[in-house]
Design a protein around this ligand. Structure first.
Ligand code: C5P
Length: 274
C-alpha cells in the first residue's frame, strides 16, 4: 500500500514565552496557524514481522524526525513494517515554520492509517517535539504549556500573505536561552501580534529587523517573525501589493495562504494507492 500526504508549514500569529520550567522547557502562549507551503511525503508500506525503515528524499537530514516518528509508532504498537518513505522537502529548515514537526505528525497519522491501528498519537507527538501535536490538529489553535496543550480556535480568513524566507538557520534552544526567563516570570497581559523571539533574534541578525520594517513600508498591515525565526510573514490589503512586496524585498519569498482546519484534516488524510 502507498500513501501520499502533504505536510504543511505553520506560522505563529502571536508567541509569548513565559517562565522557564524545572524540566528545562518554557511555558508558552502562542497561536499557531497552518499555511499552504508544504512538503510531500510518500509511504510505501508492507506488513512485516520486523521493522525495516528506509528514508530517501531531496534533502539529507540527520536524526530525521520522520524516521523517529515511524519508529516510535511501531515500537509503541508492537507492529512490524517494511516502510519506504520519500520526502520532497519544500519548507525551509531552521526557519520557524515547523517543517520537521509537521513531517513527524503526518508520519504518525500515516502509520496509523496504513496499519489500521489506533494509539495515543498526542502522547507520541509530544515526546517527539513541542510543536508536533499541533500538526495533528491544524488550522488555527492556541498552544499553551510547552506548546502541546491545544485549544482549537476559529480559522483566519484568507488575506494576501507573503512569507519571506531569508535562508538563515536560527537554532531554537539558544533563542530561548537569550530570553533569560526566570522560573517565576509572570505574563502581565496576553498580547496579539507579538513574537518575544524578535528582540534577541533581531539583535543577533539585524537584517531580519530590516526585512520586517521594509515589509511594513511596502504596505503590510501586519509583519511578524514566525517561531524563533528566521522566516518573516506579512499580510497585505491586496494581491497587487503582495506581489509588489515580493519583487521589492530582495530575499526569497513565497505567496501563501492560511489553511483552515477542515481542509488541513482532509488533505493530510492523504491519497491511498494500492
Ligand atoms: O520540543 P522541541 O524539541 O522542539 O524543543 C527544542 C528545544 O527548544 C528544547 O530543548 C528547549 O531548549 C527549547 N524549548 C523550550 N520551551 C518550549 C519548547 C522548546 O525551552 N516550550
Amino acid at each position: 500500500m502507498r500513501l501520499v500526504v502533504p505536510s504543511f508549514a505553520k506560522v505563529n500569529l502571536t508567541l509569548q514565552v513565559l517562565n522557564k520550567r524545572s524540566d528545562g522547557f518554557h511555558n508558552l502562549r502562542t497561536v499557531f496557524h497552518t499555511i499552504s507551503l508544504a512538503d510531500t511525503i510518500s509511504f510505501d508500506y508492507v506488513p512485516s514481522s520486523v521493522i525495516d525503515l528506509e528514508l530517501a528524499g531531496n534533502v539529507e537530514i540527520a536524526e530525521n524526525l520522520i524516521s523517529r516518528a515511524a519508529k516510535a509508532f511501531l515500537e509503541t504498537t508492537g507492529l512490524g513494517a517494511r516502510l519506504k518513505i520519500h520526502l520532497d522537502k519544500q519548507i525551509p529548515m531552521g526557519a520557524g515554520l515547523g517543517g520537521g514537526s509537521s513531517n513527524a505528525a503526518v508520519a504518525l497519522l500515516a502509520l496509523s492509517r496504513l496499519t489500521g491501528t489506533e494509539t495515543d498519537l498526542h502522547a507520541l507527538a509530544s515526546a517527539l517535539g513541542s510543536d508536533v501535536p499541533f500538526f495533528l490538529v491544524g488550522g488555527c489553535a492556541l498552544g499553551e504549556g510547552r506548546g502541546t496543550e491545544l485549544t482549537p480556535l476559529p480559522d483566519m480568513a484568507t488575506e494576501p500573505m507573503l512569507l519571506v524566507t531569508p535562508g538563515l538557520h536560527v537554532s531554537t534552544p539558544p533563542a530561548f536561552a537569550a530570553l533569560n526567563r526566570s522560573p517565576d516570570y509572570a505574563l502581565l497581559a496576553a498580547a496579539e501580534d507579538v513574537n518575544d523571539f524578535e528582540t534577541p533574534v533581531f539583535a543577533a541578525r539585524p537584517e531580519l529587523a530590516s526585512i520586517k520594517s521594509r515589509l511594513v513600508e511596502l504596505g503590510a498591515t501586519k509583519s511578524l517573525m514566525s517561531g524563533s525565526g528566521s522566516s518573516i510573514y506579512a499580510m497585505f490589503r491586496s494581491e497587487a501589493e503582495c506581489i509588489q512586496a515580493a519583487q521589492a524585498i530582495g530575499y526569497p519569498s513565497h505567496r501563501v495562504r492560511f489553511v483552515a482546519r477542515e481542509e488541513y484534516q482532509s488533505r493530510i488524510a492523504g491519497t491511498l494507492l494500492p
